[in-house]
Design a protein around this ligand. Structure first.
Ligand code: GDP
Ligand code: CA
Length: 332
């Protein structure tokens, strides 16, 4: 299992990837503190946006900062030791979104990214260039180089807003009728994405938001077909523990698409690969052991293990459990 491909959103995905990397370093050491295993993350870019002239890519940056150890562990997002002087200035000018504060260090990243994009680079090339600074040991691929932003249609008056406005400004409190991926039909997977799926020894679906993180990745034309065709087992980790989201407001997203906030419901929503869906295997928490039979009945091999990623060791154990589940799928 030396080529590991992970579908990932931001914070939940980042915590999981930190565990996968720790597992790889332990089981496939390269003798220099790294790993001979190749980890590729295919990352949601539906949350991306242009703001005050800058291209912001929240999920790519959450992963990058977390894996670099530069994240604010306490707050749960952004850079550690962050200040907000530039955002204060922008607010004084009435520029940008007053409810969306960008940290000063973070703005440095956005300036660099925007510079690379303006000089003609694709997002994937700009991401690779930015990662030269941070030795994270994981290849990060945006799901697409095209701008496919997620919009939310309000169920109250049918108005449409950027996902970020719904999520950050309204804290997902406006009932959503629908999530829309703007221009998705014209988009293509970023270079390397389809290859990373086809050449993988195992594909892991991180415990990320099933709708606006994993769902947006699956919405890019070609990605679902690649996942259906790969010879690698596809193993997912439930982002739902004991009927609730561990962090964040993913329940509001699930409600919109008519899926219950439950470990078995999300698995059934993803579907069994044998029946045209996504998953060969699914990991659920011990608190959800009672619903394992529902997942099995949907044709998905189910493993019951602790799913709380409290720290790197617990995330590493979760990665090990996912790899074990992949091995069992292979030997079937
Ligand atoms: P976002 O893009 O920052 O919203 O992050 P993701 O989409 O990657 O992940 C968000 C999801 O991660 C949330 O809906 C949580 O349910 C899930 N999550 C966060 N922490 C944990 C954890 O420790 N264990 C599990 N199983 N899921 C988690
Ligand atoms: Ca996100």
């Amino acid at each position: 299992m030396t080529h590991i491909t992970v579908l990932s959103g931001g914070v939940g995905g980042a915590r999981f990837l930190r565990g996968v990397r720790a597992w790889a370093r332990q089981t496939h050491p390269d003798g220099a503190g790294g790993s001979t295993a190749h980890i590729t993350a295919i990352v949601n870019t539906g949350d991306d946006m242009w703001l005050t002239g800058l291209r912001i890519t929240p999920d790519l940056d959450s992963i990058m900062y977390t894996l670099a150890g530069a994240n604010d562990e306490e707050r749960g997002w952004g850079r550690v030791g962050e200040t907000e002087r530039v955002s204060g200035e922008l607010k004084a000018y009435g520029v940008g979104w007053p409810w969306f504060t960008l940290g000063d260090l973070d703005i440095g990243t956005h300036l660099a990214r925007t510079h690379f994009l303006r000089s003609g680079m694709s997002l994937s090339a700009a991401t690779e260039r930015i990662l030269q600074r941070w030795d994270i040991g994981v290849r990060l691929l945006p799901m697409t180089d095209d701008e496919v932003e997620t919009h939310v249609v309000s169920d109250i008056d049918g108005t449409e807003m950027h996902f970020q406005e719904w999520w950050t400004r309204h804290r997902a409190s406006i009932p959503a009728r629908e999530f829309r991926q703007l221009d998705v039909e014209r988009s293509t997977p970023a270079p390397g994405v389809l290859d990373a799926i086809a050449a993988a020894d195992v594909v892991l679906v991180a415990p990320s938001n099933p709708v606006v993180s994993i769902g947006t990745i699956l919405g890019i034309p070609g990605i679902r077909a690649a996942l259906a065709a790969t010879s690698a087992p596809v193993v997912g980790v439930s982002p739902i523990i004991n009927g609730s989201v561990v962090r964040g407001m993913a329940d509001a997203c699930l409600q919109t698409i008519g899926v219950a906030t439950a470990a078995d419901s999300v698995a059934v929503h993803y579907g069994s690969r044998a029946a045209g869906g996504l998953l060969d295997a699914w990991l659920i928490d011990e608190a959800d052991a009672a619903v394992a039979s529902h997942v099995e009945a949907a044709g998905i091999a189910t493993t019951v293990v602790p799913l709380w990623m409290r720290d790197v060791p617990t995330a590493k154990q979760l990665a090990a459990d996912a790899m074990d589940a992949a091995t069992r799928v292979r030997s079937l």
